[in-house]
Write a protein that binds this ligand. Sequence first.
Ligand code: SIN
Length: 495
Amino acid sequence: MTTSPISGSRATAARRVLDALPSGLLIGGRWRAATGGATLAVHDPATGEELAQVADAQPEDAVAALDAAAAAQPGWAATPPRERGEILRRAFELLVEHTEDLALLMTLEMGKSLSESKAEVAYGAEFFRWFSEQAVRIEGRYARAPATSERLLTMKQPVGPCLLVTPWNFPLAMATRKIGPAVAAGCTMVLKPAQLTPLTSLRLAQLLSEAGLPDGVLNVVTSRSAGKTVGPLMSDPRLRKLSFTGSTEVGQALVEQSAKNLLRLSMELGGNAPFLVFADADLDAAVEGAVIAKMRNNGESCVAANRFHVAAEVAEEFTRRLAERLGSLEVGHGASEGTQVGPLINEEQRRKVEELVADATSKGAKALVGGSRVDGPGYFYQPTVLAGVGPDARILREEVFGPVAPVTSFETEDEAVAAANDTEFGLVAYVYTGDLKRGLRVVEALETGMVGLNRGLVSNAAAPFGGVKHSGFGREGGVEGIEEYLETKYVAVDL
Ligand code: SIN
């Protein structure tokens, strides 16, 4: 394990990438300091070292960002869709061209391994390519009224200025997943990236300008407090939409705040994904799928498998094999050669993971591998598999957001489905079975917005990502994604 600071050519590359970043807020096409010159520090979670200082926007800066977005809105809405699409296409190409630097930046501020970061650049860039193609497919309808000579005309128009609030776990892809459809639809934006990982958004905004995005269409406000800084925008009548990715708790508060201004909302909130393995499943595929569903992004993803429900006949073998795989993963500084699992984002997150593991083991679970923090600098936690997890363990109900896989067993299909649905969350579920009829039966019974059927990864720019129940509402990506940024206007035509 190499958790020490990076050195040599990687350290030089890190310094170059950090030094090239713009400092300040992007408002109306100009980079400027926050009011009063306030700044906030960004740290490397693998070492605790400070990486950079960025502007800490004040409420008046957020209002200035909305002023710029509102001023740019009419011109942007009138820009031909092909032009909007071509800007996105150029931005896609720029992201791909700058993969190495963007990946290093993400690894530095978020902790994930370089290979994970590169995968995120590919995933994040794909939203720009996808929505560059969708920009020219915004359609309306012309229909005859059923019983009169009237004609019914419908057209799609941009919602208007949007506030996009993104999380720290996917600093690039969660931004492109919102910016892509907003740009394609003709909306202007204020982007508020997470306090812990603002650097990637600054570089992304620079690349979008280079791709030709006009001034004022995207405004970026980095800040240590979303509530204080962008909260006032929620009641500003010029703001028309909020797209938020983050915790259910914060999402619920934002939904309440949005009521006054009746904002359009997209809410991508918490998860508690069940991973079901039936006795007829291909066990090799199930174990590999489990490794991806659990360990992608260090387990810090709302679609991470949170709990494993395995048919009693194969539970022991599945758990043993999963423990072997997780135990063999290389933990280290994300930018070190060979690292597969980086640190958690901060001490608070690591403590939460520890607490959930301690709770499960105090109720009878046994760690087959891992089970504790890694001493030294950074917020490392060992990949962990817990066997014999009791039904009252908190880890089955709460999102762990870390590299811990609790395993329980079931006897019947009904029992498996009931266990999977026994949560207020409904983002995604994973099902492994060799029986297609069973697979489809279970898929239909699951109360989630997405299902991986014999697959441990559902994320795809061309597919509608989103949940039900306390996991939120609205869909990002796919043909559905752009609809979140469009209003339908109906015109009654008298012929
Ligand atoms: C998330 O964790 O919020 C998103 C994960 C993904 O898009 O795959």
